[in-house]
Structures are given as C-alpha cells and as structure tokens.
Write a protein that binds this ligand. Structure first.
Ligand SMILES: CC(C)(COP(=O)(O)OP(=O)(O)OC[C@H]1O[C@@H](n2cnc3c(N)ncnc32)[C@H](O)[C@@H]1OP(=O)(O)O)[C@@H](O)C(=O)NCCC(=O)NCCS
Length: 193
C-alpha cells in the first residue's frame, strides 16, 4: 500500500491527496466532528483510541495542497467482514465527489484483504449518506429500530423510553467479488457510526 495516493480532482476543484490519518489530525478531526455530528461527535479521546486500533482500524484523510482536511473515512478490518466506521466531508467541499472517492477507497482497501463484504450502519434519515452508499453498490439488509437517540449513544433494544425521538439505523452491505480479494488478511471492531 503506498503511503500517499494522489486523487485526481473533478474539473474545477482543487486536487486532493489521500493519506493516512495521524495523531496530528486529532484536534481538527474533533472540531469537524462536533460541527457535523453534534452530540454523536467523536471526541479527541475517541480518535486516540481509534488510531491506537491500527492496523485493524484504518483511517484515511483527504487533504488539500496545504494539508487542510476536506474529508476522512475509516474502516475496521474485521476479517470476512470489513465495517465502515465513519465517512465525512466538510460542508464546503460537498457535492464534488469526495464522498464517493472516500467510500470507493474504503471498498478498495477492504477488497485488498480477505474481506467478503463491507458492512455499515447509517441513520435512516441521512439521505445524502444513504444515496452515497447506494451509488457505491451497498444494499440495505436490515433495519435497527430506534438505534440512534436524539442525543447520545446507540440505544439498547427494549430499554425504557426507547422510541420517542429516536432514529432507525439502516444496515447496508456490499458483497465483494472473489476476484477483488488478495491473500492478505487482518483481524477484529467496536464503536461504529
Ligand atoms: C454523506 C457525505 C459524506 C457525502 O459527501 P459528498 O462529498 O458531498 O459526496 P459526493 O460529492 O460524492 O456526493 C454528493 C452529491 O454530489 C453529487 N456529485 C458528485 N460529484 C459531483 C460533481 N462533480 N458535480 C456535481 N455533483 C456531484 C453526487 O451525485 C451526490 O448527489 P446526491 O446528493 O443527489 O446524492 C457528506 O454529506 C457528509 O459528510 N455528511 C455528514 C457526515 C455523514 O453523515 N456521514 C455519513 C455517516 S454514515
């Protein structure tokens, strides 16, 4: 795997480079998370823990020429199934294919292991993300009712008060063609967005 993959930008859009997320990105990532995800944002502590999970966890950043973060995404290499941990593009850079590029790269990296499928959970009301994943070939395989609370972590099924204001999670899956897979394998997973 090359350390840096230069991604060709769409016409009129500044070129972006794909590189691994490092600890130096953590303060900025936590800021972006707060802006994008509010109460569900990953804190700096969460990012430290996620980066400590490498190489099972793999996080990629899309950066401009001056290394400004335009987006990021992460994968858990769990063996037969790779889980998408997060995908995000900063608001000012949306609608230019960066989300597609990030998801396509996650799929490519999952396919480079022994993964047979890529799995993810997405809020049912996140239309832009659901469209993005569907465009990339993901299919809905399950619904987790009342999975997201209005604020806070995923709810426990059957817990008191579940329902009011909560949002379903769609579980989406992409099967990887056997030809896409190499002989490299990795292991394991945890908190997922
Ligand atoms: C979901 C998200 C990652 C999409 O990122 P993005 O960079 O805007 O994604 P894309 O640019 O690839 O696609 C967005 C739209 O732009 C369109 N588009 C892509 N390239 C384009 C281009 N060159 N010109 C015009 N439109 C384009 C796509 O067709 C798509 O259209 P749609 O809205 O009708 O589906 C982004 O909205 C985001 O970060 N949301 C907040 C975080 C989040 O919800 N993450 C998912 C958690 S599971």
């Amino acid at each position: 795997m090359s350390v840096r993959d230069v991604a060709q930008a769409d016409a009129g859009i500044a070129p972006v480079t794909l590189r691994p997320v490092t600890w130096r990105d953590i303060p900025r990532l936590a800021d972006i998370e707060t802006e994008l995800f509010g109460p569900e944002a990953w804190s700096e502590a969460t990012w430290w823990a996620e980066l400590a999970g490498r190489p099972r966890r793999e996080y990629l950043a899309l950066v401009d020429g001056d290394d400004t973060l335009a987006g990021y995404a992460g994968l858990d290499h769990g063996g037969e199934v790779a889980d998408v941990m997060t995908v995000a593009v900063v608001p000012s850079r949306r609608g230019a294919g960066l989300g597609d590029r990030l998801v396509a790269e996650l799929v490519r990296r999952a396919a480079a292991t022994n993964a047979e499928a890529v799995l993810l959970e997405v809020r049912a009301d996140n239309a832009a993300a659901v469209r993005l994943y569907a465009r990339q070939g993901f299919e809905q395989v399950a619904v987790r009712r009342h999975y997201y609370r209005p604020a806070g972590p995923p709810v426990v099924a059957g817990a008191a008060g579940v329902g009011a204001g909560s949002t379903d999670a769609l579980v989406m899956r992409l099967a990887l063609a056997p030809d896409d897979k190499s002989s490299v394998s990795r292991v394991g997973r945890d908190e997922q967005r």
